[in-house]
Design a protein around this ligand. Structure first.
Ligand SMILES: Cc1cc2nc3c(=O)[nH]c(=O)nc-3n(C[C@H](O)[C@H](O)[C@H](O)COP(=O)(O)OP(=O)(O)OC[C@H]3O[C@@H](n4cnc5c(N)ncnc54)[C@H](O)[C@@H]3O)c2cc1C
Length: 445
């Protein structure tokens, strides 16, 4: 599918009840649930480019129940019951997204085939074992299957797999179809989306653009990885890049060697991990890290991706699936995701100023944005609910370091993770201490 033609821009000052900045999943889910719950509300969305321009239109399509930053952080801050409630809410959100797309007639190529993560060396296998044990402990009612090398390869034949683990709470989606479908649905509900309208500053009850100002009781910041571009928010969430390549549709003969009949999403236990899906039109979409971070929190230009990133993803794809060595790469792009200093996503509303926000999902926002949209709806409508009591609500964390420290830190840590992956690929049996140290510094432990 090609890029959409942007819709009309804001043309002067406007008054609304709620103004949402950013038309990705966060902004659109918020508009959807809010308008359904309170149809009388005048809701306006301001979008710099077009709906789905950001990560929501460009992601790897894993609709997974994974809790951003892990559950343990919430055990420490709120206790085990609260952490368990967060996990359950994420699990329920996977099915909620599927149910709404069905009810609203959004065709986003969704197949709930589960999530298969493979281990490619002994250290990864050790992490697989502890991951499986932790999942079984946290989700006693969930069928977590630990697979031998042969069982894992029978599902998806990744060359050199030592084992795999699969859980059922993940679906493959087509990211752009979901975001474009959602935009259509919210517009049909009566929400106005102004595209080509960049907000320069969010103030209490105001979103300021060079085309006019929207005044509203509540202004929702839903700008995720682009947040650093707003006045006063330069160091809030670090914009981290992720890149994807997409093959041409593969021949049946290539698929015969790979399998992947169950349409599971596929990941690995590397520190610089990969993520992949088999698309509805029988391509492989294969993602991972490229240039992780640009100096001064700059973001890529319209998804442009360095040739070196494309070729390193290509090399990894061929290592995983030698049968794809000769297939063409039809597409490659990058996108930006928001990383808070403690890698923990957040959603909240400041009652006094009417400023609301959601984001910092790192690499797992496809599902969390739906939970954020429902939670913001309850917060804005003043409802005390199970959602508003979840531990990520109103969570705040300190800002990132100033430059050049920020650039040095991210590139240094990324290099450390790559070094750890190389040491493990050479056969060390346990997680490299370099990676463990980097985890402590990044707050990913
Ligand atoms: C390559 C890649 C792969 C990923 N894969 C997965 C995955 O498989 N599973 C998963 O769970 N997550 C994944 N993610 C993360 C996930 O896509 C995001 O967490 C999610 O889409 C965030 O949605 P959002 O609406 O908050 O942000 P976005 O989709 O980024 O939307 C923000 C919107 O705000 C607009 N905007 C920004 N600044 C302004 C401004 N000043 N004024 C007006 N508008 C503005 C932008 O144009 C954009 O449309 C991936 C991300 C990337 C980049």
């Amino acid at each position: 599918m090609g890029l959409p033609t942007p819709g009309p821009a804001l043309a002067g000052d406007v008054q609304a009840d709620v103004c949402i900045v950013g038309a990705g999943y966060t902004g659109l889910w918020t508009a959807y649930y809010l308008k359904k719950a309170a149809p009388q509300l005048e809701i306006v969305i301001l979008e710099a480019k077009f709906a789905g321009y950001g990560a929501s239109g460009r992601n790897g399509g894993w609709l997974t129940n994974s809790v951003t930053g892990g559950r343990e952080q919430y055990v420490k801050s709120h206790g085990r019951a609260s952490a368990a409630a967060m996990q359950s809410a994420m699990t329920a959100s996977v099915d909620e997204v599927i149910a709404v797309t069905e009810a609203e007639g959004i065709d986003a190529d969704i197949v709930k085939g589960g999530e298969l993560t493979v281990a490619m060396n002994p250290a990864q296998l050790a992490r697989l074992t502890s991951f499986a044990a932790s999942e079984q402990q946290w989700q006693a009612d969930v069928d977590i299957e630990v697979l031998s090398a042969a069982e894992s390869s029978a599902r998806i034949n990744v060359a050199g797999t030592l084992g795999g683990v699969v859980h059922p709470h993940c679906a493959r989606i087509h990211p752009a179809k979901l975001v474009q479908g959602l935009a259509r649905v919210v517009e049909n509900l009566g929400v106005t989306i102004y595209e080509q309208t960049r907000v320069s500053e969010i103030l209490p009850q105001k979103a300021v653009t060079d085309r006019g100002t929207v005044s509203a009781q509540v202004v929702v910041r839903a700008t995720e990885g682009f947040t650093a571009g707003l006045a006063g928010l330069h160091r809030t969430w670090l914009p981290m890049n992720s890149s994807l390549i997409v093959t041409e549709p593969l021949d049946a003969s290539v698929w015969a060697g790979i399998g992947w009949e169950g349409r599971e999403t596929l990941g690995d236990f590397a520190h610089v991990y990969m993520y992949a899906q088999r698309t509805a039109d029988d391509r492989i979409a294969f993602g991972g890290r490229g240039v992780p971070y640009r100096f001064g929190s700059n973001v890529d230009t319209d998804g442009e991706t360095p040739e070196s990133t494309i070729s390193s993803l290509r090399a990894l794809l061929t290592r995983f699936f030698p049968g794809t060595a000769d297939v063409a790469i039809d597409h490659g792009w990058s996108g930006v995701l928001g990383v808070p200093r403690d890698w923990a996503a957040t959603v909240g509303l400041d009652q006094g100023s009417g400023l609301a926000w959601a984001g910092g999902y790192v690499g797992t926002g496809v599902t969390a944005t739906n939970l954020a949209g429902r939670t913001l709806t309850d917060l804005i409508l003043g409802r005390d609910s199970e959602l508003t009591r979840l531990p990520w609500v109103n969570h705040r964390v300190r800002n990132w370091e100033v430059e050049p420290l920020r650039w040095v830190a991210v590139h240094g840590l990324y290099a450390a993770y790559q070094m750890a992956d190389r040491a493990e690929a050479r056969g060390r049996a346990t997680t490299s201490p370099i990676a463990s140290m980097a985890d402590v510094v990044t707050g990913r432990h």
